[in-house]
Design a binder for this molecule. Sequence first.
Ligand code: 6GU
Length: 269
Amino acid sequence: MRIDVVSIFPEYLAPLRLSLLGRAQEDGLLTLAVHDLRDFTFDRHRTVDDTPYGGGAGMVMKPEPWALALEHVLERQAGAHGAADNPRRPVLVVPSPAGTVFTQAMAYELAEEPTLAFACGRYEGIDERVLDWAGERFEVRPVSLGDYVLNGGEVAVMAMVEAVGRLLPGVVGNPESLVEESHSAGLLEYPVYTKPSSWRGLDIPEVLLSGNHGKIASWRLEQQLRRTVARRPELLEGAEAAPFGKGERAVLRELGYEVVDGRLRRVAS
Ligand code: 6GU
């Protein structure tokens, strides 16, 4: 996969050269290019922002540097592996607190693309006409990390590139760690423990020493259910009941959920 990021703070993205994704780039599994938006300006001050029409606080990113930067990205991406056979337009992710919320499902979708581009806005945002213009050349996707406000898209891009990059074939050494995650999709992970079995007066759950793999698996699933109910109940409300067997349904009932038309429903308690 080829990823291009446009930002006024290219150094912000430097950590993507480290660790797992750094290795993926060395191994040729991922090509990551970060472009400085100011390289697409021509005035002495390399200006990328201006005051908003209609007034109001803050500054807005000027359109022309963005068009030039994104044209440059399109040229570079045209030669990427798989780009020529892509029947669809290349995806342009625009990080924004006003976007669709980024999820693991979206990470899997994006991991299928031969190329991805990210346009990091700063200040109050990018002149809206850039998105209209880009919409004729890219599949534009405004994406948010969640309901809070960051100063710009760079940190969000780091999160998204890491989430997508680790799904690319060969990037994660043991692909079973991905399989396990997708099996438990929709539930939070179970708690994990390592040696020593007794530490500062705290013992690990006994079942983990039993050697009974069936019992361990059902204990872990029960922990996932309890955790999800306690921390993220909205993940269970309306979820398909089909993946849950007799034992799990009993736990779910105890936790206040019933099955109606094959879906979980919170029972008033
Ligand atoms: Cl993608 N961008 C910004 N600026 N703030 C955010 C965000 C993105 N996601 C959550 N907050």
